[in-house]
Design a protein around this ligand. Structure first.
Ligand code: OAD
Length: 237
C-alpha cells in the first residue's frame, strides 16, 4: 500500500529549542536588528556590509546549534510516511536531523547568490546559487557575472520562488502538520488553504494560532513535546 503523504510546514518555533531565536517573540526585533534593516532589499542597498555581517553571524552560529528532538521526530516520520518538509527557516537543522525532502521557502544561510541576477519568473536564477557552507561573504566577493554576492535569503518584498512547489506538495497531502510558525508572513501563511478539504491539519504551537478551520487540531505545546503527541495521535489512526 502506498504510504500516506505528510506535509510538514515549519517556522522559527521548530528551531527555538535548539537555541535559535524566533522572529516575533522579541518585540519585532530579530537578534537586536530591525527587520527593515536586515531583511529587505532597501536595507541591503543602504548598507551592504551591515547586512552581510548580520547573516555572516547567523551562519557562523549554525555549527554551534544542533537539531532538537522535534527536527529528529519529523525526520523519523519518513520510516512510515511519504514526508515533504516545507520550511520558512534559513537554518539547516532539518537537513542535519535527516529529513531528505525539504523545500526552503525563504532561502538558506549556507548559500549565496549574485545581487544582480534576476529573471522575471523566479526572482533569481537557480544556477547562480552557490554553496558556501559556513563561510562568510565579504564586500568585494564577486559572482562569475561580476556582481557582489549576497545571502541567498528571500527578503520582504521579494518573490518566493519555491512557493509553486510548496503549493503542489500541500495539494497532495493526506495530513498537514504545521509547527512553530506565527503564520504572519505570506505567501507561506496561506499555504494551508491549498490542502484537500477532507484532510486533518495539526498545528503545534504553545501560543494561540490565527487559523479558524474546522479541520484544525491545535497541539498547544512546544515542538519537541508536541511532536510526540502528534506521532501518538496519528499512529492510532
Ligand atoms: P515567528 O517568530 O513569527 O513565529 C514563531 C512561532 O513559533 C510563534 O507562533 C511562537 O509561538 C512559536 N514558538 C515559539 N517557541 C516555540 C517552541 N519551542 N515550539 C513550537 N513553537 C514555538 O516565526 P515564523 O513564523 O517562522 O522570514 O516567521 C516567518 C518569517 O518571518 C521567517 O521565515 C522570516 C521572518 O521574517 C524571512 O527570513 C524572510
Amino acid at each position: 500500500m502506498a504510504k500516506k503523504k505528510i506535509v510538514v510546514l515549519t517556522g522559527a518555533g521548530v528551531s527555538a529549542e535548539s537555541g535559535v531565536s524566533t522572529f516575533r517573540d522579541s518585540d519585532g526585533l530579530w537578534e537586536n536588528h530591525r527587520v527593515e534593516d536586515v531583511a529587505t532589499l532597501e536595507g541591503w542597498y543602504r548598507d551592504r556590509k551591515m547586512v552581510l555581517d548580520f547573516y555572516n553571524e547567523r551562519r557562523a552560529q549554525l555549527p554551534q546549534v544542533k537539531p532538537n528532538a522535534a527536527h529528529i521526530a519529523i525526520a523519523s516520520l519518513e520510516k512510515d510516511y511519504d514526508v515533504q518538509v516545507i520550511t520558512q527557516n534559513v537554518d539547516n537543522l532539518h537537513e542535519r536531523a535527516g529529513s531528505t525532502r525539504i523545500i526552503h521557502l525563504h532561502g538558506e544561510l549556507t548559500k549565496a547568490r549574485p545581487e544582480n541576477c534576476y529573471n522575471e519568473m523566479d526572482g533569481f536564477s537557480e544556477e547562480s546559487v552557490l554553496d558556501i557552507g559556513y563561510e562568510s561573504i565579504h564586500i568585494g566577493d564577486l559572482a562569475t557575472n561580476g556582481s557582489q554576492l549576497r545571502p541567498h535569503i528571500v527578503w520582504f518584498g521579494e518573490a518566493v520562488p519555491n512557493i509553486g512547489k510548496a503549493i503542489d506538495a500541500v495539494e497532495q497531502a493526506d495530513i498537514l502538520l504545521i509547527v512553530g510558525t506565527s503564520l504572519q508572513v505570506y505567501p507561506a501563511a496561506g499555504l494551508y488553504a491549498y490542502a484537500k478539504a477532507s484532510i486533518p491539519i495539526y498545528i503545534i504551537d504553545p501560543k494561540d494560532v490565527p487559523v479558524r478551520d474546522t479541520r484544525l487540531m491545535h497541539i498547544r505545546d512546544v515542538a519537541t513535546r508536541g511532536m510526540q503527541t502528534f506521532i501518538e495521535t496519528i499512529s492510532k489512526q
